[in-house]
Design a protein around this ligand. Structure first.
Ligand SMILES: Nc1ncnc2c1ncn2[C@@H]1O[C@H](COP(=O)(O)OP(=O)(O)OP(=O)(O)O)[C@@H](O)[C@H]1O
Ligand SMILES: [Mg+2]
Length: 206
């Protein structure tokens, strides 16, 4: 269970997030909606340990946790352009989790199979479509065995068919027990996948 309690964040004395609180149960999906500039990406970055908070608490199972437990799929995917698909996915598990190359590759191939990307192990990011890059980014995040996977606008760059595919994939991952946090501007998508929805409102200028 993820608990966020009274989270506050300012940038340059301008309040961005004020008293954000929610609880997300294991295996559930929460979508984060709200206008541009409201602080959605900032909230996700704080939960993932990529940005500091000013005050408040973030707990998993009632305890502070190390940021490795939260995976992120960024909007721009941020794949390593000089590494092929398999290398993109196995780099962190071998370096950080100290998995052997064989073990990391076996896990990576399983993930690619689950995400319908079998046979693309040797391709480079520039040889992939946007939707395929996104699957690699998801596989790369899952390879770190996160407790929670966060996505920043996973459907925004995709055509309507691919959006449906992402929706299916996210619901499949839910079936496998993954807890997911999804920023989206797509209210239809948000309603289709969400167990709960968090609205982040812009705060008036200080
Ligand atoms: N590192 C930073 N330093 C200063 N200000 C920042 C920083 N990161 C974000 N901000 C500001 O915080 C506010 C919230 O930004 P954020 O990226 O969280 O919004 P968002 O809700 O994700 O918007 P969008 O829907 O456009 O992606 C914006 O006003 C932004 O300029
Ligand atoms: Mg954003």
């Amino acid at each position: 269970m993820l608990e966020v309690k009274n989270l506050c964040k300012e940038f340059n004395n301008r309040p961005i997030l004020k008293d954000i609180s929610f609880t997300l149960k294991d295996g559930e999906i929460m979508t984060i909606v709200g206008p541009s500039g409201a602080g959605k990406t900032t909230l996700l970055r704080i939960i993932a340990g990529l940005e500091t908070k000013d005050s408040g608490e973030i707990l998993i199972d009632g305890k502070p946790f190390d940021s490795g437990k939260v995976g992120v799929v960024f909007q721009e995917y941020n794949l390593f352009p000089n590494l092929n698909v398999l290398q993109n996915i196995t780099l962190a598990p071998t370096l950080v989790l100290k998995e052997s190359k064989e073990e990391a590759e076996k896990n990576a191939k399983n993930l690619l199979l689950r995400l319908q990307m079998k046979g693309r192990e040797q391709q480079y990011p520039y040889e992939l479509s946007g939707g395929q890059k996104q699957r690699v980014a998801i596989a790369r995040a899952l390879a770190m065995k996160p407790r929670i996977l966060c996505y920043d606008e996973p459907t925004s760059a995709l055509d309507p068919n691919l959006r449906k595919e992402v929706e299916k994939m996210i619901l499949n991952l839910k079936q496998s027990g993954l807890t997911q946090l999804i920023i989206t501007h797509d209210l239809h998508f948000a309603e289709n996948v969400a167990d709960q929805m968090l609205k982040v409102e812009p705060l008036s200028e200080a």
